[in-house]
Design a protein around this ligand. Structure first.
Ligand SMILES: C[S@@+](CC[C@H](N)C(=O)[O-])C[C@H]1O[C@@H](n2cnc3c(N)ncnc32)[C@H](O)[C@@H]1O
Length: 280
């Protein structure tokens, strides 16, 4: 029998209209604030414009664990403003197709890719991965901070269809490490248009059911904890600048959001992990 807490932790439905609204309408100030805060959070050279909770070194570690050679055809699901696609195309010689349904993020992505003269190496698509057809199978697919918006089973089956046999799927995402109370559960799921926050075991078994074999799993909770508490500290320190760029209301909301996530992490309920799996 499921307990009340377990019942609240079951996956909700995906809601991509809400996802789009979140990134295109609800968070207009977020990119500028990110650019202000995260160089201080991650440290020298580790912030490249990513919206996910990981440093550039962690992104490269995940990509290297995919073990794909130069010229690999790779899909970045939920590429956002494409900092990661740009970095990996340059560092690893991949051709990275970025897909995202947020118009505002893609506008910024196009500017980034044009400025880096990477139009050939990083094609960008505005669309939903479930509806978009592709004229090729990919060697690799990855997502950083974007898989939280998906029901994992449906997404992994879709990725399996899009990968060549032996292709690699990688992602970095928040994971549930213990039972999260109903009020916080709503904050980490519904408020962010996320169907669930899966546990490590759930991710492993859902990957396996979708035809994948996990080849690499790195628990990044320790550094995640560090980024979370730094993000609260830095927000407090840069209060005046953040308000100058946005508003006092924005500052208070962003501090509140960062603080409750930090609390969940420091009490051991919320963590972060990196997975690489191979398509059978
Ligand atoms: C937290 S952001 C991460 C962006 C980027 N990966 C990064 O690390 O900077 C999540 C992104 O996933 C995108 N996304 C969510 N669901 C999607 C879908 N079904 N198809 C394409 N993009 C999606 C959102 O629009 C958003 O830009």
């Amino acid at each position: 029998m499921t307990t009340p807490t377990e019942r609240t932790q079951q996956a909700r439905q995906e809601d991509f209209e809400r996802v789009q609204q979140l990134y295109d309408v609800d968070m207009p100030g977020n990119n500028v604030v990110h650019d202000l805060i995260y160089p201080h959070v991650y440290g020298e050279g580790e912030y490249i414009g990513q919206f996910s909770d990981n440093s550039a070194s962690e992104i490269i570690a995940m990509a290297e664990a995919m073990k794909l050679g130069q010229g690999a055809e790779v899909l970045d699901v939920g590429c956002g403003t494409a900092p990661i696609a740009s970095l990996l195309a340059r560092r690893l010689g991949w051709r990275v197709t970025g897909i995202d349904l947020s118009r505002a993020s893609l506008r910024k992505a196009r500017l980034r890719i044009q400025a880096a003269r990477q139009e050939q190496q990083v094609p960008l698509i505005e669309g939903n991965i479930y509806e978009q057809s592709f004229d090729q199978r990919f060697d690799g697919i990855y997502g950083t901070g974007s898989f939280c918006h998906f029901e994992a089973g449906r997404l992994f089956r879709r990725c399996h269809q899009l990968l060549r046999p032996g292709g690699r799927l990688a992602f970095m995402e928040r994971v549930r490490l213990g039972p999260i109370g109903a009020e916080n559960w709503k904050k980490v799921t519904e408020d962010w248009a996320c169907p669930s926050v899966y546990s490590l075991d759930e991710y492993e078994s859902i990957l396996c059911d979708a035809g994948f074999r996990v080849v690499h799993l790195r628990n990044q909770t320790e550094t995640f904890c560090h980024w979370q508490s730094r993000s609260v500290e830095v927000r407090r320190r840069l209060r005046e600048e953040i308000i100058g760029l946005t508003s006092a209301d924005y500052y208070e909301t962003s501090l509140r959001l960062a603080s409750y996530e930090n609390e969940l992490t420091s009490t051991g309920l919320l963590g972060y992990a990196q997975f690489v799996a191979e398509a059978a």
